[in-house]
Design a protein around this ligand. Sequence first.
Ligand code: G1P
Length: 300
Amino acid sequence: MSMPVRKAVMPVAGLGTRFLPATKATPKEMLPVVDKPAIQYVVEEAVEAGINDVLFVTGRAKYGLEDHFDRLPFLEQALEAKGDHDRLRQVREVADLADVHYVRQGEPLGLGHAVLMAAMHVGNEPFAVLLGDDIIDRRNPVLTSMMNVRARHGGSVLCLMEVDPSQIHMYGCAAVEPTGDEGVVKVTDLVEKPDAATAPSNYAVIGRYVLDARVFTELEQTRPGRGGEIQLTDALRKLAVEVPPGEGGGVVGVVFKGRRYDTGDKLSYLQAVVQIAADRDDLGPRFRRWLRETVDSWPS
Ligand code: G1P
């Protein structure tokens, strides 16, 4: 029996330079998508997959994020005094959503380094990594599928998405072989952000991982790679290519075909806001009507 996945690690130490000046004083993970910060969708996704222990790997100036997942007595008292029970419930629910922990990544040495910061908290059990920039549509619970795949295949599980070859230089890229298990591929090689000309495939690694604790041993030995950063992709390559399955090696990928938004990218962020607003029961009907009328009024 494989051990259950109980803990999620969320690296959130990035500076959010793609969204300046909005992110000068506000963590990029706190940018609102309709009426919730982007990171709340990610925490909710982990909780819906049955994981309620969340470790944020933070950096400087992330107080807004920490406050968001904490109780806020003066706000609660003000809402209570006004009799605004609905908002009071929402505010309290965020604080109670998960059992939240923090560790600071003193220096921004890369995603691999951020994940290594979680070693002490995670210990010797499989765990999930969710990157805060990616919002996955809740109708496609890929994290749950990945946890089921880990139970069947062992090792580590990546989330792979086929992208246009012109986009592959923005992602980790996996060479794959079929497994015989529908929608699951064996990862035979990994390269961080390759050029289109040398990429082994158009399978991009997106920001959801279910990892064997053996990755920590590999990360400790991983030297700076692409961009001078300690890359998670390089440690995962070792697990895929060098470490035997009996010792925590072996990497498979779940091929994701659902909707995913990169809220670190301006166009994709706008798409997330529009799609999530359009899907909402409260706002959706009026918003969709307005959107249709507005789009129709644009010159083609
Ligand atoms: C990171 C990983 C990359 C992965 C991507 C997914 O890159 O290093 O392998 O494809 O996340 O979003 P980043 O976007 O942090 O540069």
